[in-house]
Design a protein around this ligand. Sequence first.
Ligand code: BES
Ligand code: MN
Ligand code: ZN
Length: 461
Amino acid sequence: MSAQFAAPTDAAIPIDVIASDQFETFEQQAAPETVAWAKANGFTGKLGQVLCVPSGSGISRALVGWGTEKTRTRDRLHFGYAAVKLPEGVYAIASGLEDDALNEAALAWLLSGYVFDRYKKKSAPKARLVAPQGVDAARIEAIVAGDFLTRDLINIPASDMGPEALEAAFLKVAQEHGATAQAICGDDLLAQNFPMVHAVGRASDQAPRLLDMVWGDDTAPKITLVGKGVCFDTGGLNIKPGASMGLMKKDMGGAATVLGLAHMIMTLGIRVRLRVIVPAVENSISAGAFRPQDVLTSRKGLTVEINNTDAEGRLVLADALALADEETPDLLVCKATLTGAARVALGPDVMPYYTDDDTLAAEIATAGAAVADPLWRMPFWEAYEGMIEPDVADLDNAPAGGFAGSITAALFLRRFVENTANFVHLDIYGWTPSAKPGRTKGGACMSARAMLEVIEARAAK
Ligand code: BES
Ligand code: MN
Ligand code: ZN
């Protein structure tokens, strides 16, 4: 797989990007045999059409259909079509795209080059793109490398990506960038007061752990990323039905995504003091498993009644967020494959985010739209606080009834963030159900590009 652009060359095959309403102009301006070839092949500029124009010795140019404003804005990253449909060769965009569209096209192309071939030989798309003029190639490459890292970590099944392997992956990223990192493991979690990370993870053969890395300049804005690292979620004693358990290798998608984002931030050398915290556990079943109606005392001291062992993500995150909050970072970002309810509400493509800060919310919305990373704000709905307050403890991990499941999970997390003004939680999916341009089927790096924009802009202030 290539996460990189091809070296510039005069021999690159030119690509003309042609929107439906530009086809007439193309007809008037292009060489008659090119127009005839396009027509003979039914090329009209429809979105997703890709056509190579032959020359005596090979391909003289490639035409890429760009559709209409309506089809183009319905989804994004359409240039990914070209990357996967064009045959082997080095290409360069010659006409039809400018500025932001050109930038997005270059990104979409590289994002389409991912293949997960760890367990099976597969051929990657062979077409390569020369970075278009005016596009920050190194930046796009850093973003794509982070994105691919996330996809890999999610795609690797729990048999090879348990808490131990996730720790190794975490430490590897830290080491690559000269970050300091540590892992608190097993009973040390009790000694160092991470009781809920321990409780959730203790039934697994692989001990639970709390991973923590710090990078960058101490005097720079403190940005902390927290990611849910449930390497497999059986549901625990409240075992999931088969169909719901089927995808649960991806339940460390939050951890994978914050690692991908951290990789982007550190590669780009953004001036921040970055901290990444990942509770890495397996929500497993054995005699030692935590049970429904257990009451856990969290790091923060709040007690939690367990009403469903399948609502485990918020438990491990609660201790991680409490730790993060102890040093009052300037921005605290939590990413987690936290609820099925988020998917019921918004489906697999749009990620809900929660924050009390309207300025931050607007920055995130703008960034998401700018970089084709779909996000939608949802409310920390105060009136639902009562739903997470049971009789016997401070908090209930799984309110009966299940109304507003993504919101009540978010409210639960917020209880553990007291000092940090800028807190955002993203209830991500981490998975692409069926391939789309720029997005292969399987593990997905959602919300990282948007948050990178936000963090970069805040660092520059
Ligand atoms: N990891 C799941 C959430 C999930 C399920 C994400 C499916 C994506 C797809 C989480 O740990 C979970 O099981 N949540 C429960 C909470 C409930 C028991 C309160 C859920 O959403 O059903
Ligand atoms: Mn669960
Ligand atoms: Zn889970």
